[in-house]
Design a protein around this ligand. Sequence first.
Ligand SMILES: *[C@@H]1O[C@H](CO)[C@@H](O)[C@H](O)[C@H]1NC(C)=O
Ligand SMILES: [Zn+2]
Length: 383
Amino acid sequence: MTSKLTTLLFSLINLTSAYTPLSDASLSLIPSGSSDFDPLSGALLSPILIPRVPGTPGSETAQHHFVNFFRTHLPDWTVQWHNSTATTPATGNKQVPFRNLIFRRDPPWATEGDVARLTLVAHYDSLYKPEGFIGAIDSAVPCALLLHVARSVEEALRRKWVGMGEGDGLGEEVGVQVVLLDGEEAWVTWTDEDSLYGARKGCWDGILTSNRALAESWAGEGNGAGTFSTQMESISLFVLLDLLGSANPTIPSYFAKTHWAYEHMATAERRLRKLGLLETKEAKPFLPDLQKKSYQFTMGYVLDDHVPFMERGVDVLHVIPTPFPPVWHTMDDDGAHLDISTIRDWAKIVTTFVAEWMDLDGLLPPLASAEKPNKGGHEKEEL
Ligand SMILES: *[C@@H]1O[C@H](CO)[C@@H](O)[C@H](O)[C@H]1NC(C)=O
Ligand SMILES: [Zn+2]
């Protein structure tokens, strides 16, 4: 009884994440991804700059890229598939497969039902029409960014958790997951039915169900039912990246409810800029709404993969530019129209946000030599 209560109290404290800003020294250790975001040869991005229509070979290539990346470089991250099928207005009676991928890193001692997870999300499918559409900003780049972020915090997470055994870890049940969603795009025109196939359809309900079953079996084994009865509740913040990779983005703060999280990311950007650690030198920040007041929020937002989650009460930080970049949903949304400096700056901004959320100050390893300034990693690439 007592110990259970203690666990519960500690866990409740976790719900307000102990967000700790990185020191200037730690900020200088945040990697940019260097040439890995090169559209022609970059290890993270170039393999997925292909059409990725659900149920086609390009979609499978992207899935393999993600799974192989985690298996090879981040073996401590668990991999889960969430598979479903649906008909679409463009494909008649055919059941089109949709496959969401979830890569998860929890504290090693933690019981699954107790972990609050920072949830980093992008969609990897591309538009069905126009034929040959690539979707570089929509959303190959956001997916590649999330692989980079996971890789960039792994060593610090390991260092942090290695010293925290069972018991010491109380109050630290904070994990992180990367969710790569399929079927965001409409096949004909955007409607509630023709969109968000991956985020909306049975697959996520599937996890809810299986998690309940899991929680019940744990209860039966005397592990307690956990703090969170569903995967949905265990999402501490749903950070959705979309349409990133074009130059000069402007990302508004969309939601008063999560403006505090926006402020954290915008502050990270401001500090990185001030320290000369970002490559883009425009006067305008990517995240300009640092001073937005509660009465300035409108009801307007962009329909995207967060909607089914937000409707179920999940807190959302939507990192998507308004206005959309001019290449949006055109054949020009390809590798040639990306701005690598902007992508690498996003890589640092999002990695910093995650490192601060996960409390990694002082734990980041030295930069790889390719990342060091003046060693070939930071020149502006000609596209
Ligand atoms: C989901 O689909 C993938 C790719 O087709 C397959 O490898 C995996 O085994 C499937 N998983 C489940 C749980 O059905
Ligand atoms: Zn799109």
